[in-house]
Design a binder for this molecule. Sequence first.
Ligand SMILES: *Cc1c(COP(=O)(O)O)cnc(C)c1O
Length: 393
Amino acid sequence: MDFLKRTWAEIDLDHLAFNVKQIQKCLPKDTRMMGVVKADAYGHGDRYIAKEMENLGLQNFGVSNLEEALSLRESGVESDILILGVTPASAVQKLSDYHITQTVYSLEYAQKLSDAAVRTGVRVDCHIKLDTGMGRIGFHAGDDYIATEQIISAYRLPNLDFTGIFSHFSSSDDISNEGIAYTKKQKEHFDQTVAALEQKGLYFKVKHLQNSAGVLNYRSCHYDLARVGIILYGLPLDTLPDCDIPLKPVMSIRSAVSMIKTVQKGDCISYSRRFTADKEMRLATVPIGYADGYLRAFADKGRMIVRGQYAKIVGSICMDQLMLDVTDIPGVQAGDVVTVVGSEGSCQVTLGELAGIAGTIHYELACLVSRRVPRIYQKGGKTVGIVDYIVEE
Ligand SMILES: *Cc1c(COP(=O)(O)O)cnc(C)c1O
């Protein structure tokens, strides 16, 4: 196996294992972790990531849609898979054949799913989703009103097996007084609704509420599962500057210098002459651009690491290439490895830093690492797998 050394992402499976251990320490002994691997495992590549998580003992996975669930099954994942979003009712056969659990978030949807299951002659496992304050999908569960009757009607529909119930925090990363009050209210709505349903004889094997921030900030929560995403990938919550569990970033992004040149005072660099040299400079061209997920918004403030030193981006970022100022870094040559995200010596560039420059969050940047960037999986210092989305092996 080989890959073209243009731009690539190194995925450190040892760091993933480290993060899993650290997070498990925050959870009650009988709370299992659901590995949230939607969006290709936040850009890390769901096949290798989910298999590795399974090796590390995780037995539950969360994805956004049916295609992602089927991709996990294809790569040999045997654990429980919950689709957190909608699946067309016409796909009930696939849900049933591949033992995939579907989220049911309204009576209308439950009816469609049940009708299709009856027509097809299959049964589908489902988890009820409550909307306790996220305002996205779910049966309403608030102070004034709980959609209890609708949930009971859904529960009684034929060919659906309700094995779980869950809800989602909107603000568990917000540790202001208002944020904490809101999250506590959501937890109350969840607990009260589950209690009300149990009183009516509706029992659920699996209850779950927390996401990553919910795990770190609300450790007294005690449910059967915790749905953990971002921190598994070693991306800390920026609202928790002194997060007391250490995490190691799983993804690094690297590239290699394609060309070195000297430019003179007055020379213009990149589209729209965005940068003009004010002295003689040495520039390195690097083959990464916004089509790889390296946003134009990183220009001016963005930096990379070359030969153990920071180098600033000069000029606009193009679709496939950009230029770095390496005037003060001696000896840079074509072929030198460039650390785009990750560490080298004492220097480090994080997705969090880049997110700050672009006015977004690291979640978004991780998902935007495009399919043009092959993922190289490493364990014990060795390459154990490569996913090249463009040229299949
Ligand atoms: C994405 C998602 C999660 C994981 O969120 P993190 O903040 O990455 O831990 C959990 N639950 C649901 C319903 C989600 O959509």
